[in-house]
Design a protein around this ligand. Structure first.
Ligand code: 13P
Length: 241
């Protein structure tokens, strides 16, 4: 069965005290959330430990925003999977377009990170998506298929979430039409060996468009940036109709 997974990607926002303040406002809203929905918060690494304590016994799962592929070693600035699992992290975002664009992430390193995450029992959220230029050139399908082919080599599809995040829709307010997101996500599903992988849409998801997005038959959830930073707005999103 495909699970509904709604995740908030906080990117480089919120100090530890700000994350605690968010939870105080957000947790009471979860009483209305159907229990079969998976709600995931992906704060900066520095917030994970304290949030893990707050969230113990709650419905929310914790996610990290990146993970290195080695067990440990001289890799300044990186975080290993065991460091995440020991503090209760369950998910990890891998291959976000901001990592690919600004930090030199390649399909090869995305693939290594996915396999390392799974080896330690973390569920990776693999991000794929095209630039505006690629979309305008009619290369969306080719790009997505190529990313999936390279990123998923030897990756276990029973333990995976995929997020379709068109880069031109991220942080721009320019949401991809729900039916178009549905079409591309259908294409992604057609490339997988396991049809039950949950596939999210990400890119300017807001309280006012979540219902339409989630009404699409191929879309199993959302990866939310800006609108996950504010407790009331993220609550409205996880409690979509
Ligand atoms: P926005 O929701 O701010 O567009 O960000 C989307 C995103 O990049 C989530 O990973």
């Amino acid at each position: 069965m495909r699970k509904i997974v709604i995740a908030g990607n906080w990117k480089m926002f919120k100090t530890r005290s700000e994350s605690e303040e968010f939870l105080r406002g957000f947790l009471p809203h979860l009483e209305e959330t159907p229990s079969e929905r998976e709600v995931v918060l992906c704060p900066p690494f520095t917030d994970l430990s304290v949030m893990s304590k707050y969230l113990h016994g709650s419905l929310i799962q914790l996610g990290a925003q990146n993970v290195h592929w080695e067990e440990n070693g001289a890799y300044t600035g990186e975080i290993a999977a065991s460091m995440l699992t020991e503090i209760g992290v369950r998910y990890v975002i891998v291959g976000h377009s901001e990592r690919r664009q600004y930090f030199g992430e390649t399909d090869a390193t995305v693939n290594l990170r996915l396999k390392a995450a799974q080896k330690h029992g973390l569920i990776p959220i693999l991000c794929v998506g095209e630039t505006k230029q690629q979309r305008d050139a009619g290369e969306t399908e080719k790009l997505i298929i190529s990313q999936l082919e390279k990123d998923l080599v030897e990756v276990d599809q029973n333990n995976l979430v995929i997020a379709y995040e068109p880069i031109w829709a991220i942080g721009t307010g320019d949401t991809c039409e729900a039916t178009e997101a549905n079409r591309v996500i259908g294409l992604i599903r057609s490339q997988l060996t396991n049809p039950n992988v949950s596939i999210q849409y990400g890119g300017s998801v807001k309280p006012n468009n979540i219902d339409e997005i989630m009404a699409q038959p191929e879309i199993d959830g959302a990866l939310v940036g800006g609108a996950s930073l504010e407790a009331d707005s993220f609550a409205r999103i996880v409690n979509f109709q």
